[in-house]
Design a binder for this molecule. Structure first.
Ligand code: SF4
Length: 447
């Protein structure tokens, strides 16, 4: 049965407490910082999409220069605090730390990054000064990581930025699409306030492109436009039963969790999650932590092809979520309009497909899971209609760019709306790249 209010207040608090607690003492932080070997040509920096100078910021922690350390991080990544909580560091910086080759635990870079950046946000150390106004204005569509990162770089250069955000809060995926035990809504708000604290950035909430503001208005009233609206809801799987009560979209489910009290969100007794990416893991763990008795994740390929990291999968397993590999959803069965079962084709791996992964092929056998809720997490859909309506060149909804410029003069784009959905840290870098292209276009300077 799908119902809310399954746990006590204390249980919800325990289940949704910060999964990566900060260092307890300054001494513990210093011990960890001093483990860093300050490598020349540091592999950790090379594997960070925003190229944070990691040995430098860690060195600054060892000399108690926390402001300097935060500056080093924010210079490359203004969302360095949020990224320290949500980045899959095991496949990025920490996964490249030389300690891995010595069979020792890598330096806990994210935790150290969190130490400096959280302090900077808490104390509101504004470490960048806005240059004198250039009189130029830029409109950004979307106040997610790409939009905010672009806005901060532009504001630093004396550009006045207006962000048009369709939701009532900023932060995009960080605020609405990530498990609550990784980032709290309060943290997301303080990070956004910190970024806009530089000045020169106005966010117009509840303003959706194509509904509350048109592309023509933006082009007419601003010197350039940056499209950073991310991606939308999950793709339809295209199987019978998808419309039954109890079938939900993972992103929408996480959104509801992020915008309501925990006890208000209904969850089933037996939940199936379709997919094996980060959003699937977040949806599965949240369902379990909301009190679902059984959560089973199904994936049409084998464990070797999963798109989540091993660390993420371990979290789900520790939460008690089961996994079924090589199972492709075939039909959602219902009774009286409500979900009762998920039927899956049993698959085997065949020749590599266009993604280079072995293609799953149906064996002819099926399995049936008795479930009362199905969460779909099979990738998000770009805003194809919106970009087509505005004549922005795209490929199946993903905007086509050349050095961040779209086919329309003065209109630039970056982040998930271009690549279809990557990590938060990739969106931050895309925002920086977009700002660089815009600065060249409107001021003819290299950002
Ligand atoms: Fe420090 Fe590891 Fe980076 Fe080397 S690779 S600089 S030890 S964090």
């Amino acid at each position: 049965m799908i119902k809310s209010n399954r746990l006590t207040k204390e249980q919800y608090e325990k289940n949704f407490a910060d999964i990566h607690p900060p260092f307890e003492t300054k001494e513990a932080t210093l011990v960890e910082a001093n483990r860093c070997l300050f490598c020349y040509d540091a592999p950790c920096t090379k594997s960070c999409p925003t190229s944070i100078d990691i040995p430098k910021f860690i060195k600054q922690i060892t000399t108690d220069n926390i402001k300097g350390s935060a500056h080093t991080i924010f210079q490359s990544n203004i969302m360095g605090a949020g990224c320290s909580k949500v980045c899959p560091v095991e496949k990025l910086c920490e996964g490249s730390c030389v300690y891995n080759f010595m069979e020792e635990t890598p330096v806990t870079i994210a935790r150290l990054q969190r130490y400096s950046t959280e302090k900077a946000i808490e104390k509101n150390w504004q470490l960048f000064k806005r240059k004198a106004s250039t009189g130029k204005k830029v409109a950004i569509v979307g106040a997610g990581p790409a939009g905010l990162s672009c806005a901060h770089v532009l504001s630093r250069e004396g550009i006045d930025v207006t962000i048009y955000e369709k939701e009532s809060k900023a932060g995009g995926l960080m605020t609405y699409g990530i498990a609550a035990y990784k980032v709290t809504p309060e943290f997301c708000k303080s990070e956004v306030d910190y970024i806009t604290g530089i000045g020169g950035i106005e966010i117009k909430y509840n303003h959706a492109l194509g509904q509350n503001v048109s592309m023509e208005e933006l082009q007419k009233n601003y010197d350039a436009v940056f499209l950073a609206m991310g991606v939308g809801l999950a793709r339809k799987i295209g199987i019978p039963g998808e419309e039954l009560e109890g079938v939900v979209d993972a992103i929408e489910y996480i959104y509801r969790l992020r915008t309501n009290e925990y006890n208000a969100l209904p969850v089933g007794d037996k939940v199936a999650v379709i997919g094996m990416g980060m959003t699937a893991i977040d949806a599965a763990t949240q369902a379990k932590r909301l009190g679902a008795k059984e959560v089973t994740m199904v994936y049409r390929r084998s464990e070797a092809e999963k798109s989540c990291t091993q660390h993420e999968l371990d979290i789900a397993r520790l939460d008690g979520c089961a996994t079924i590999w090589l199972a492709a959803p075939k039909e959602i069965v219902g009774k009286d309009g409500k979900v009762t079962a998920l039927v899956c084709d049993v698959m085997k791996l065949g020749e590599p497909d266009s993604l280079g992964k072995p293609a799953p092929v149906a064996t002819g056998e099926t399995i049936t899971l008795d479930v009362d809720m199905v969460i779909k997490a099979t990738g998000q859909k770009p805003f194809e209609e919106l970009v087509n309506a505005n004549n922005v060149q795209n490929k199946y909804g993903k905007i086509t760019i050349d050095n961040n410029a779209t086919n329309i003069k003065g209109v630039f784009a970056g982040g998930d709306c271009v690549n279809g959905g990557k990590e938060v840290v990739d969106a931050v870098q895309a925002g920086k790249d977009g700002a660089k292209a815009i600065l060249k276009f409107i001021l003819n300077v290299e950002g």
